[in-house]
Design a protein around this ligand. Structure first.
Ligand code: AMP
Length: 193
């Protein structure tokens, strides 16, 4: 199963990715997690990414493309993967397409988890208040910026993947178990949820 979870910040992509990888026995490839890990370890990558992430901007396409290309070569990706937070721009989607064609790993589906802006803001603020260690970008200014960046740069991917016949749509505002059920349904039966 090779799939992308697409959606705005706070849609629940990370939560659903974790449930899906458990179920299908495949890895979650999250550029956000990999970048946060790099920041925690104080690597050069982390140093380059930190300020941009805290401000809610996007790390450069070259950096994230490189991270994913390298990660896809690990053996655990052979049976499939769940991409979470990548691609986020059309150039990233084009780069991914070239990588996957090269590696003979065609995508099965792209799941778009949509949610209203108010719900997203509320969820991210709740996540921030409950976290043991707060994310540097879970504050109201950064959240607004991330939503705007999503609208401008990432949402066009919905139409991009629709044109390719890969798009599946799921309401990300439903309860977690219901969203999981619908995602599994669209992935396994290849019919609308
Ligand atoms: P996330 O955990 O997916 O919400 O990502 C957190 C932050 O990491 C984003 O706001 C970006 O600054 C950065 N980031 C994660 N994935 C990407 C990506 N595919 N392209 C550019 N920046 C990214």
């Amino acid at each position: 199963m090779r799939t992308i979870l697409l959606g705005p910040p706070g849609a629940g992509k990370g939560t659903q990715a974790k449930i899906l990888i458990e179920h299908y026995g495949i890895p979650q490839l999250s550029t956000g997690d990999i970048l946060r890990q790099a920041i925690a370890e104080g690597t050069e990558l982390g140093l380059a990414a930190r300020k941009i992430m805290d401000e809610g901007g996007l790390v450069s396409d070259d950096i994230v493309n490189g991270i994913i290309s390298e990660r896809l070569d690990h053996d655990d990706c052979k049976p499939g993967f769940v991409l979470d937070g990548f691609p986020r721009t059309i150039p990233q989607a084009d780069a991914l397409e070239a990588m996957l064609a090269n590696k003979d790993m065609p995508l099965d589906a792209v799941v778009w988890m949509y949610a209203d802006r108010d719900v997203l803001i509320e969820r991210i603020l709740k996540r921030a208040s409950e976290a043991a260690v707060a994310r540097g970008d879970d504050n109201i200014e950064s959240i607004k910026k991330r939503l705007e960046v999503y609208r401008q740069q990432t949402e066009p991917l919905v139409f991009h993947y629709q044109d390719k016949g890969l798009l599946k749509v799921v309401n990300g505002m439903d309860p977690i178990e219901e969203v999981t059920r619908r995602i599994r349904h669209v992935l396994e039966f290849k019919v609308p949820a």
